[in-house]
Design a protein. Structure first.
Length: 111
């Protein structure tokens, strides 16, 4: 059975969300998914079913601060902003990603 292309992203959602909010500022959930898709030239897609539980979890961990606001389309939505703790977590996530990709590249080079 073929894996869905998003299966490769398991474990990277926090990194993608934190990086997106660090660069773009406060965004609501749909805008986060759209920003990830645009930034990745449509190579990555964040599913809403994964995003909203992750946003809630990151808010509980105080990596994000959420507050209600109005979107460009005049709809009420929760906007998320990265916190100081979130920036520290982003740095850790980036280091983990760098180690992971280096390890995978080493295996690919010798395999």
């Amino acid at each position: 059975m073929a894996k869905h292309r998003n299966d490769k992203l398991q474990g990277t959602l926090d990194l993608l969300v934190l990086q997106t909010l660090a660069v773009r500022g406060p965004l609501h959930g749909y805008a986060i998914t759209a920003a990830v898709e645009r930034s990745s030239a449509e190579l990555l897609r964040v599913e809403e079913g994964s995003l909203y539980p992750a946003l809630h979890r990151m808010e509980q961990q105080r990596w994000l601060k959420g507050k209600w606001g109005i979107t460009d389309k005049n709809r009420e939505a929760r906007f998320y902003e990265i916190t100081r703790a979130g920036r520290a977590q982003l740095a850790r996530e980036r280091q983990t990603w760098a180690r992971l990709t280096e390890g995978v590249q080493r295996v690919l080079s010798y395999a």
